[in-house]
Design a protein around this ligand. Structure first.
Ligand code: PLZ
Length: 453
């Protein structure tokens, strides 16, 4: 990807939907409400929705609902449709592949698309060492498999994860995930040999010397676990669900160096940060680190379920033959979508668009912060930006304010997500295909909601 900044964002691709916010009914409208009533009697109540408008089309920077409302999308279905929804290359590739064959199982009779995705990821992920890739269906599954290879490679069992971490909802990944409600509550017991330590959260821990922070964490790991028992350290380079926490400079670098000298596999969970989201292919690049293993999903395939683990060849090859796999992993339609999505990131230089989005959001919210002390922190990289809200009197997290802002933005037709261990973070994950006017309008709505709350 080139370093040239895109001066103005014009909408890219997608179905030819008018790129506008258009509210015809109240949000949610009557047809969405009907569907929500059906869902209430058919879908597990344990699955909840952020904004119950039922989608019928999406593309560029909008989601259109069953009532004909057109909403501004600042969430990308949680950082998935970074290339845009129904992105033209992706749609064409899916249609072509679906008409050829939809499944054979790579473990039965393999196909080229899987190999091509593996080659691409080996080339794109940080580091020029020999790499190998395995494909799966979800981010959680990728994380599970990264832990498996770390264990067979090192012959050790323990895994270190961090405060504010999110790695998934399967049993092992629930254990790695930090936050109890709603992810873990009542679902234990969790897998053993998972240990949690402090990460770097400059806004809350006040520590901007990342190396010092890492040394303290390493000392705790050595005391409580011991490197000779430790298979892997897993961390999101920017903690996503935890609130887009950007670690202090030096934190990740120091941790990686210690892992390398201690025969501990360093796993970067780039499920949310990957694929141009932060302004480069992977967030690890921006911290100058080369992970041993990278987990990926979300933005990889333009919305189709696909996940990947790419790592050092000797680590990835360490399980017994047949030790990794799954019926659907690397499904041919998902692989075709991934190849088309990867081409789109390159051809449209979506990383440059992510950097432009960072500039726009930072400018708007740092200006607001100078007038509004409830904005505690404006942070993030690329099109992964967050605003942390506090009670100015106490510095305590203000989750109620975030709920009010999000609810009002939703009523006004803007899809915005929240995050954070304390629920006090508004996060922006717009599709990189969004046009600049629409992005500005979406931010206006959120700022207006803040001013009125
Ligand atoms: N690792 C870093 O962000 C998924 C979760 C939404 P799956 N994050 C969104 C929710 O409430 O379930 C995620 C992530 C990181 C792993 C995962 C898990 O990816 O594809 O959802 O399994």
């Amino acid at each position: 990807m080139s370093d040239v900044e895109t001066p103005v964002l014009t909408p890219v691709g997608g179905p030819s939907l008018p790129q506008e916010r258009r509210l015809i009914t109240a949000i949610p409208g009557p047809r969405s409400q009907e569907l929500a009533a059906r869902a209430a009697t058919a879908v597990s109540a344990a699955i909840s929705t952020t904004l119950p408008v039922y989608a019928v089309a999406a593309g560029g920077g909008v989601v259109v609902d069953v009532d004909g409302n057109s909403l501004i999308d600042l969430g990308s279905g949680i950082a998935v449709t970074s290339v845009g929804n129904a992105a033209p290359r992706v749609v064409e590739a899916i249609q072509r592949q679906a008409a050829q064959f939809t499944h054979t199982c790579f473990m039965v009779t393999p196909y080229e698309g899987y190999v091509a995705v593996a080659e691409k990821l080996n080339a794109l992920t940080p580091g020029d060492h020999q790499k190998r890739t395995a494909l799966f269906n979800s981010g959680a599954e990728a994380v599970e498999n990264a832990i498996k290879v770390a264990r067979t490679h090192t012959g050790k069992a323990a895994v270190v994860a961090f405060d504010h971490a999110y790695h998934g909802r399967t049993n092992l990944t629930m254990g790695l995930t930090a936050k109890n409600l709603p992810y873990k509550d009542g679902f234990g017991p969790f897998a053993g040999e998972v240990y949690r330590f402090a990460a770097s959260y400059p806004f809350r821990d006040g520590e901007i010397d990342g190396a010092a922070r890492a040394r303290a964490t390493i000392q705790a790991i050595e005391k409580q676990v011991g490197a000779h028992n430790l298979a892997a350290v897993i961390i999101e380079p920017i903690q996503g669900e935890g609130g887009f926490i950007v670690p202090a400079d030096g934190f990740l670098q120091t941790l990686v160096a210690w892992c390398r000298e201690s025969n501990v596999v360093f796993i970067a969970d780039e499920v949310q940060t990957g694929f141009a989201r932060t302004g480069s292919w992977f967030a690890s690049e921006q911290f100058g680190i080369v992970p041993d293993v990278v987990t990926m999903a979300k933005g990889i395939a333009g919305g189709l379920p696909l996940a990947a683990v790419t790592g050092r060849a000797e680590i990835m090859d360490s399980p017994v033959a047949g030790g990794l796999g799954g019926t659907y992993g690397g499904n041919p339609v998902a692989c075709a979508a991934a190849l088309a999505a990867l081409e789109t990131y390159e051809r449209e230089d979506l990383a440059a668009r992510a950097r432009r989005i960072e500039t726009i959001i930072t400018e708007r919210f740092t200006a607001e912060q100078s007038r509004d002390p409830r904005i505690g922190d404006v942070r993030g990289l690329g099109a992964m930006m967050a605003i942390e809200f506090i009670d100015p009197a106490t510095g305590e997290p203000d989750a109620a304010l975030v709920r009010a802002i999000a609810a009002e933005a939703h009523r006004q037709g803007v899809v915005v997500l929240t995050a954070g261990t304390y629920g006090n973070v508004i996060r922006f994950l717009p599709p990189l295909s969004i046009g600049e006017d629409l992005l500005a309008e979406g931010l206006d709505v959120v700022l207006e909601a803040l001013r009125n709350s």
